[in-house]
Write a protein that binds this ligand. Structure first.
Ligand code: 8DG
Length: 140
């Protein structure tokens, strides 16, 4: 029950993985396009984990689909939970290294590489803020 006395159904829980791609001390950020949810916001490329997939499998698949490149998935950076109006996103980010191909735009509006210390200049999806904060204060 909320403060208006209304009982609402529990929100959908959406398990999402994001790639912190690191190259030459820079991290890749991708801006969501107008056709996506959270339009215009910056994120780590990735997406929803499908049934039967491990987080790493999902991330490899998403990077191949979205950026047309292959990456090695490394250590986990952060797991956060954020409630949006469309559901609760549980986002886990992993350090990743490119092993084949140059990231290409397919669904995002743009991509950019930034030093970790400068990540704060972008407008990140709210679920990403804890990972961004961790990266800004860590050496990558
Ligand atoms: N890929 C990715 N998604 C993120 C991040 N942060 C964050 O809140 N999200 C949200 C956006 C989406 O609602 C969901 C990921 O789903 P998705 O990447 O498959 O997005 P999508 O465009 O297919 O989703 P949709 O518009 O069909 O709802 O998680 C992030 O860093 N990376």
């Amino acid at each position: 029950m909320d403060e208006t006395g209304t009982t609402s159904a529990p929100k959908r829980r959406i398990h999402v993985v994001g790639a912190v791609l690191v190259r030459d001390g820079m991290i890749l950020a991708a801006r969501r396009s107008d056709g996506m949810s959270l339009p215009g916001m910056w994120e780590f490329p990735g997406g929803k984990i499908e049934a039967g997939e491990s987080p790493q499998e999902a991330l490899r698949r998403e990077l191949e689909e979205e950026l047309l490149c292959r990456a090695e998935i490394g250590e986990r950076v952060e797991t956060t939970e954020h409630e949006y109006d469309f559901g609760v996103v549980i986002l886990t980010t992993y350090f990743c290294t490119l092993i084949d191909g140059e990231p290409q735009l397919t669904e995002h509006a743009e991509i950019t590489w930034l030093p970790a210390a400068d990540l704060g200049v972008l407008e990140w999806a709210p679920a990403d803020i804890p990972a961004v904060e961790r990266l800004r204060t860590a050496s990558v």
